[in-house]
Unconditional design. Sequence first.
Length: 201
Amino acid sequence: MELSGSEKSLVEPAPAQGTDDAMTSQSSLLNTRHLAEAFGHTFGKKAPGLAIEAEALATKVCAYDPKASHDQLIEAYEYAKYQHREQKRRSGEPYINHPVSVANSLADMGLDHHTVITALLHDVVEDTDATLEDIVTKFGPEVAALVDGVTKLSMLKVREKASQSAENFRKLFLAMSKDIRVLLVKLADRLDNMRSLGYLA
């Protein structure tokens, strides 16, 4: 939906709230900052277009990925929005803003449409009553496999202090992941969550 000039001036992206446990050690925070900068993001600032509409996101992806389906991207957005319809972040904003922010960050990096769709859906299996079978039926086995990989990474709990370094996380992620795109979605997810640390206090 196109906003008027006056309406655009009133739009202020709300801070985001993540579903993962925030990394609290200073070492982990600094290492995450370095990872963010390596991916072209500025830590502590919101990714552009946090509240981007489905049409804009779909158009962006289709512009660089000739295999992308505009309708499927819209469907993924609508499906995620429906599944998260009763959830809100601690900031008070609709939960759907988080997966949209993650998807938009990955689209800005030029990742393929399967990865962007996975970003939109990455929390639905973990946080709603959606199943992997649902994802296979609606979006295909490739997206389902990526969502499954992200879900497994989200369930990973590292309790030993020595295992909290970014290097050990990297090794764990690589050992568990069969597709680098899983790691990219998880990294974008982590970065969006780190931007919302103020709401965890």
